[in-house]
Design a protein around this ligand. Structure first.
Ligand SMILES: NC(=O)c1ccc[n+]([C@@H]2O[C@H](COP(=O)([O-])OP(=O)(O)OC[C@H]3O[C@@H](n4cnc5c(N)ncnc54)[C@H](OP(=O)(O)O)[C@@H]3O)[C@@H](O)[C@H]2O)c1
Length: 506
């Protein structure tokens, strides 16, 4: 991440998207690349090669992308500019191939070379793994076998972007790191978590380190506790098969929630270089207090949604979803308390919560400051004074709000909590840009700040893996139920009630 306001533009490069026939490519990646190209953030000569096993030609691939782009744009961004699309489409190509076939990777290498030479691309190449994770190791190893990794070479450069999930536990993440690093150097590897590309997530650092009023109070002297919630209103939909092997701890906590926890609690980095920022995040992960294996007894609340209703629509229970086993033990909701055991956060609990089929989609971090001494305004009529709460809203309706106390006009000393509210859209006149645009551009210019380093991913698993193992081995019945459309099981709120804290969003 650079301190300068000037945008760095990538050098000409060829991008290869593995898993080109899939959902992510269609809905997110190609629309993001197209947008970057329309905004002149990509070089004229950039080319994209989609790679997958299914049968397609350049033309049929372009036509398919055009159709899905029209759907995406009409839903989110207005009409697609036909002229711009035609110009962009001529830069898209399709290469059919298997993920475990060395011959197909040799053929891919020849295609990259021919296309690059024809467009004066000086050999720069960015691979994007947009397949299910089962295919990651094969692809990486075959890139290496076909001598397409460009290891140890910065001009021209070769980079690889790897989608989440990166491993399913500590052991598999270490193994995937080993395989990836046997083919690429760490500075070529970009492990992506699209949460980090959101403007408001990056704004956490700006809020803390560019405003002196907050950072001085950002510690155990002033902060009582912090709540981090990532709520989804949707259920598993058609992704039941994937989700049932994953669950909320793997799908949300190990990556998104850990990133948010790190950004809100890390020390100021000495510079904004990618390694300085990531060093500070790793220190937080290493300072997390381990949750002992008997997770239910140690305050980890796991639950599954049962049939209910959200926004007036009936929702079937998790165990009734397609490709989910009728006796599934996979959690769709998890809540727990964690401590960052360092000087700054000594004794400050962080309450984390995420779930599917909650009443609304919303991700937010609320920082609850300590109570003022209840001396001057003892026992106001509306009850005890509420502490200040700073809320960082990450989605939707991105913004920041500060709750404070004000006197109600009139002869009596009546006090009422009010909110100072900054809304991203109102203040900047536009919705924040799509996270994939930002992250693709960063990867293309070689800025890894918003990507996860190998030690970071392993440190996050080091914390989360024992919880997953502990929960599965726990002989007590630790799976709670909650009705779809509610804020989760009562045990999740009891975690805060027991500590005398008030749950936001309940
Ligand atoms: N979709 C999203 O919104 C989203 C969001 C965040 C992260 N991700 C991550 O991005 C990656 C791709 O997600 P996706 O939703 O695009 O996946 P997808 O549609 O299921 O798969 C993408 C393509 O990968 C190929 N493939 C290779 N091995 C496969 C296998 N074992 N099973 C099924 N397909 C296989 C298939 O193409 P061929 O058969 O033609 O080769 C398929 O079209 C995943 O790692 C996912 O976790 C996705």
């Amino acid at each position: 991440m650079t301190e300068s306001t000037t945008l760095r533009l990538p050098e000409p490069f060829v991008m290869v998207v593995f898993g080109a026939s899939g959902d992510l490519t269609r809905r997110k990646l190609l629309p993001a690349i197209f947008q970057l190209w329309c905004r002149n953030h990509l070089p004229e000569s950039a080319a994209v090669i989609g790679y997958a096993r299914s049968d397609r030609t350049d033309e049929s691939f372009r036509a398919e992308l055009c159709d899905s782009m029209r759907d995406e744009f009409s839903c989110h961004q207005g009409l697609i500019d036909d002229e711009a699309w035609q110009a962009f489409a001529s830069r898209i190509f399709y290469q059919r191939g298997g993920y475990d076939s060395p011959d197909d990777f040799e053929a891919l290498g020849r295609r990259i070379e021919t296309l690059g030479a024809g467009r004066n691309v000086p050999g720069n190449c960015m691979y994007y793994l947009a397949t299910p994770p089962e295919a990651f190791a094969d692809i990486i190893e075959n890139i290496g076998q076909a001598s397409l990794a460009g290891r140890g070479q910065t001009d021209p450069w070769t980079r690889i972007v790897i989608e989440k999930p990166f491993g399913t536990d500590l052991q598999s993440a270490c193994e995937l790191n080993r395989i990836t690093r046997s083919v690429f150097d760490e500075d070529q590897i970009f492990r992506i978590d699209h949460y980090l590309g959101k403007e408001t997530v990056q704004n956490i650092m700006v809020l803390r380190f560019a405003n002196s009023i907050f950072e001085h109070a950002w510690n155990h002297d002033y902060i009582d506790h912090i709540q981090i919630t990532a709520a989804e209103s949707l259920g598993v939909g058609s992704r039941g098969g994937y989700y049932d092997r994953s669950g909320a701890l793997r799908d949300m906590v190990q990556n998104h929630l850990m990133h948010l926890l790190c950004l809100v609690s890390m020390e100021p980095p000495s510079t904004l270089t990618s390694d300085a920022v990531r060093d500070e995040k790793v220190k937080v992960l290493k300072a997390l207090r381990t949750i002992p294996p008997l997770c239910a007894a140690n305050g980890v609340v796991r639950a599954q949604y049962t049939a209910g209703s959200i926004g007036g629509h009936d929702v079937p229970g998790y165990r009734q979803a397609d490709n989910v086993s009728a006796d599934s033990r996979t959690e769709t909701f998890v809540a727990f308390k964690v401590y960052v055991d360092n000087w700054r956060w000594s004794g400050v609990p962080f309450y984390l919560r995420t779930g599917k089929c909650l009443p609304r989609r919303c991700t937010e971090i609320s920082i609850h400051f300590k109570d003022v001494p209840q001396v001057l305004f003892n026992r106001p009529p509306a009850g005890p004074l509420r502490p200040n709460v700073l809320t960082i809203r990450l989605q939707p309706d991105e913004g920041i709000a500060l709750e404070f106390q004000a006197k109600v006009p009139g002869p009596a000393m009546n006090i009422k909590p009010l909110e100072m509210d900054f809304g991203y859209q109102e203040s900047f006149g536009q919705a924040p840009p799509d996270a994939y645009q930002r992250l693709l551009l960063d990867a293309a210019v070689g800025d890894a700040t918003l990507f996860t380093r190998s030690d970071e991913v392993e440190a996050a698993w080091q914390f989360v893996s024992p919880i997953i193992e502990g929960c599965s081995q726990d002989s007590s019945d630790n799976m709670r139920k909650y009705t779809a459309g509610t804020w989760g099981p009562k045990e999740a709120d009891e975690l805060l009630d027991a500590d005398g804290k008030e749950r936001r969003l309940r």
